[in-house]
Design a protein around this ligand. Structure first.
Ligand SMILES: Cc1cc2nc3c(=O)[nH]c(=O)nc-3n(C[C@H](O)[C@H](O)[C@H](O)COP(=O)(O)O)c2cc1C
Length: 213
């Protein structure tokens, strides 16, 4: 697998999360920030897109890139967003609003990886906007490292799946644990967790991990 990450971040948190995702996937996964313009990704078979969410919407640069580039056709795609929403329904809606349906449909992994807010650096209007999603009156670091680890493991496992399903099954169940097993069960792509011996039942997934190991 040759993976790269393309990220859109306003205040730096999503760029930092992208670096953590890169480490969770493999060594030497480059991170391209759209602030530097659209990257050339032809050398990569796996491309991860990540964007910050503001007022329910992705960064405009990611919206433009994801909607217009043809470079992603035929690649393994994984998608994440960074935000402070805690409600699962809102999170899902923000993820769904962030990327074109064609990418959401083929993504091997989709994740809401948390975020960070520094209220002291915001103006009154921004504070009002963020208080609606985060109930934060002070600085909050809610980067979800567990979800980042799970996201990286799913990307790795999906790359392994075609050639070695047993290794992929071990990767998913051993690395992710119960929460990861749930995340895997939520994937809606050709990466089929049941074919990996995983179950949406977290206890059964742990059992599978034990019996395979
Ligand atoms: C003005 C403002 C509006 C925001 N709106 C949302 C939102 O609608 N949903 C959400 O999940 N997070 C929201 N957030 C939280 C950001 O997504 C979070 O701070 C994220 O880490 C920012 O990433 P960045 O540092 O890469 O720009 C908002 C933050 C600010 C400051």
């Amino acid at each position: 697998m040759r993976a790269a990450i393309v990220v859109a971040s306003m205040r730096g948190t999503t760029a930092e999360v992208a670096c953590r995702v890169a480490e969770a996937i493999a060594d030497d996964v480059p991170v391209f920030d759209l602030v530097d313009g659209p990257p050339v990704v032809s050398a990569f078979d796996t491309v991860v897109l990540g964007t910050a969410i503001y007022r329910g919407q992705p960064m405009a640069s990611m919206r433009r890139y994801a909607a217009s580039t043809t470079d992603l056709v035929g690649k393994r795609i994984a998608l994440f967003v960074c935000g402070m929403s805690r409600d699962p329904v809102t999170r899902e809606a923000e993820l769904a609003a962030a990327y074109p349906g064609a990418l959401l449909d083929v993504a091997v992994a989709r994740g809401f990886l948390g975020g960070r807010v520094q209220t002291t650096s915001l103006n009154a209007l921004e504070r009002l906007a963020v208080s609606g999603v985060a109930q934060a009156s002070q600085d909050v670091d809610a980067i979800d490292d567990h979800a980042i680890g799970a996201f990286g493991a799913i990307v790795r496992a999906s790359a392994m799946w075609a050639s070695d399903a047993t290794a992929a099954a071990l990767e998913v169940t051993r690395t992710l644990g119960p929460q990861g097993a749930r995340l895997v069960s939520e994937q809606r792509s050709a990466f089929d967790p049941s074919a990996l011996g995983c179950s949406s039942d977290v206890n059964a997934a742990s059992h599978t991990a034990g019996s395979l190991g």
